[in-house]
Ligand binder design. Structure first.
Ligand code: ZN
Length: 309
């Protein structure tokens, strides 16, 4: 018996440009649709919940809904605004009660809600490269940089949710790029996201030549960041997803090798565990779920919400 037996889950991946919705029991049993984020939030959610209801006619009753959402969001269950989107540059979405809206459409159904990266992390925990691990970090490097994961079997939360993409890093010697983060300039996201790479290199990651110097700079900053994360959270594995890790003409495999080397160089042998030495190929890895990480993550949030009843 798998963890997901018996739960027909509705999944919502709420993104800045589109909402992906799905109904299913796991990655191999999923029907999905993509709906644009444009328009009034209430209208967008009405289309989303309408699609889920329509699927119920085919698949039967949905008994949990999971939602991975762009941030910042209020995840504090004690807060009066739990389940709302906090300040965001997206018009009309600030303070929108996204969980309440879905709950109204699905009364008495448990709703799992978390950041899009914690959702993706949980998906890897159920079905991917974090199976059996209760301490791991999932990083996505794409339009922005986000990270989530687990510590002691709990998805990472606290004051709010982690914002590891905005940590400050030492400068790669000679690098004067000002960064693209609207808040911090040259934070990790400002230096290494897809838009940062585009600005730095003048062309998108997918078409950059394999020997372009930006790959080395990119790997160095990611190496610094992962070394910091290893020192702070002591994860048993680090999964890197998102579009940038595919590394265009360089290829994911070579890019991961560069990142692993930089992590080891940054740590300088201080943390003595096999995972950071001969086992590093299995310590820093791509996700299993790949491009479906977001929607499978939302599905896993639903299953977890149901399991915890
Ligand atoms: Zn920043």
């Amino acid at each position: 018996m798998g963890k997901d037996d018996g739960v027909l889950a509705g999944a919502i991946e709420a993104g800045g440009t589109k909402f992906v919705c799905a109904v299913g029991t796991g990655p191999d049993d999923i029907s999905r649709a993509e709906l644009p984020t444009r328009g009034d939030p209430a209208q967008v959610l009405s289309r989303v919940t309408g699609w889920l209801r329509q699927q119920e006619r085919v698949r039967g009753k949905i008994n949990a809904v999971g939602m991975g959402c762009f941030g910042p969001i209020d995840l504090n269950r004690e807060s009066p605004t739990y389940g709302s989107i906090l300040s965001t540059p997206k018009p009309n979405w600030t303070n929108f009660d996204i969980v309440g809206t879905v709950q109204n459409a699905f009364p008495n159904v448990p709703i799992g809600f978390d950041t899009d990266v914690n959702a993706a992390a949980l998906g890897e925990y159920y079905w991917g490269n974090a199976r059996g691990l209760e301490d791991f970090v999932y990083i996505t490097i794409g339009t922005g940089i986000g990270a989530g994961g687990m510590s002691g079997g709990h998805l990472l939360h606290g004051l709010s949710h982690p914002e590891m993409g905005h940590i400050m890093l030492p400068r790669v010697p000679g690098d004067t790029f000002e960064g693209v983060c609207p808040f911090h300039g040259a934070c990790w996201e400002g230096l290494c996201s897809g838009p940062a790479l585009l600005r730095r290199a003048g062309s998108p990651a997918e078409v950059l030549p394999a020997d372009h110097e930006c790959w080395s700079v990119q790997a160095q900053y990611i190496g610094y960041a992962i070394a910091n994360i290893v020192c702070i959270l002591s994860p048993k594995r680090v999964i890197i997803g998102g579009s940038v890790q595919k590394a265009g003409n360089l290829g994911s495999e070579r890019f991961f090798q560069m990142i692993r080397e930089r992590v080891r160089e940054s740590l300088k042998g201080y943390i003595v565990v096999p995972e950071l030495e001969e086992g590093i190929d299995g310590f820093i890895v791509p996700p299993v779920l790949g491009d479906t990480a977001g929607i499978c993550g939302a599905l896993s949030l639903a299953i977890r919400a149901r399991d915890r009843l």
